[in-house]
Design a protein around this ligand. Structure first.
Ligand code: SAM
Length: 237
């Protein structure tokens, strides 16, 4: 899977690209990343990519020209038309289902905004999908771009050493994750649930599933309802 990121701040991706599961996925070519600096598409000597808004108002707007040119260049090297995403607090909220759907694309271009925003013609004529990572306003779309890439990459086959371990995470199957404990079995007088040290694999799996169900019901009744509906639909074929 290939990601191209168009940004005003290319340096913020430096440690992201090299670290942890994401870094390993890029090194082993499970995924590819290319960062495109919008300023390289500025035409004046001062590398201006923004300008004042028509009609007045505060803040600066990223001009259409550098963005269109960056997309043009990326698309000269791509075999098929990539899926073009813009990050904005006005977009559809990012969910695990969005992540699962986006995994089906071979090539995604991510546009990270800055300042007051981008020229509306980019949204109208270039962008396929707008994504928000939550109901709050950040200073730029780079953190959202990293959030989305991380969420996709960890689900790609081979990215996490034990593929199953991402299925048991919160969300992929519609339930919250079970509680986890590690050694020592007794710490400051607090013990781990005896079942986990019983060696009884079948009973342990049952315990984990029950915990996942009860936690989801308690903490996220909305997800629990959806899970039950999905279960019923699967039963009825
Ligand atoms: N004026 C814009 C608005 O109210 O819709 C917000 C601009 S924000 C200061 C600058 C950039 O940060 C946006 O263009 C967008 O790319 C990114 N951004 C901010 N909050 C975001 C969020 N919750 N989700 C995704 N992107 C966000």
């Amino acid at each position: 899977m290939r990601f191209d990121v168009i940004t005003t701040m290319p340096n913020v991706y430096d440690s992201f690209k090299d670290t942890g599961i994401v870094g390993r996925a890029f090194r082993s070519e499970i995924a590819q990343i290319n960062i495109w600096d919008l300023r390289n598409y500025a035409t004046d000597t001062f590398k201006h990519i923004d300008d004042v808004p028509f009609g007045g108002g505060s803040g600066m707007i990223i001009k259409p020209d550098p963005i269109f040119k960056a997309f043009d260049e990326i698309e000269t090297v791509s075999v098929e038309k990539p899926h073009r995403i813009f990050f904005t607090p006005q977009g559809k909220p990012l969910k695990q289902a969005t992540v699962q759907r986006l995994m089906n694309y071979k090539h995604i271009v991510l546009l990270a905004g800055r300042y007051k925003g981008i020229d509306e013609r980019v949204r109208e004529h270039l962008i396929d999908e707008e994504i928000s990572i939550g109901d709050y306003v950040l200073s730029g779309g780079d953190l959202p771009a990293m959030v989305l890439m991380d969420a996709i990459i960890r689900r790609l086959p081979g990215a996490v050493s034990d593929d199953e371990s991402t299925d048991t995470d919160t969300f992929p199957v519609g339930l919250l994750d079970a509680p986890h404990y590690t050694r020592p079995a007794e710490y400051r007088g607090f013990s781990v649930p005896p079942i986990l040290v019983s060696g009884h694999h079948k009973k342990i799996e049952e315990w984990k599933l029950n915990k996942r169900l009860s936690r989801t019901k308690e903490k996220r009744p909305d997800l629990y309802e959806e899970y039950l509906i999905q279960l019923e639909e699967n039963k009825n074929g």
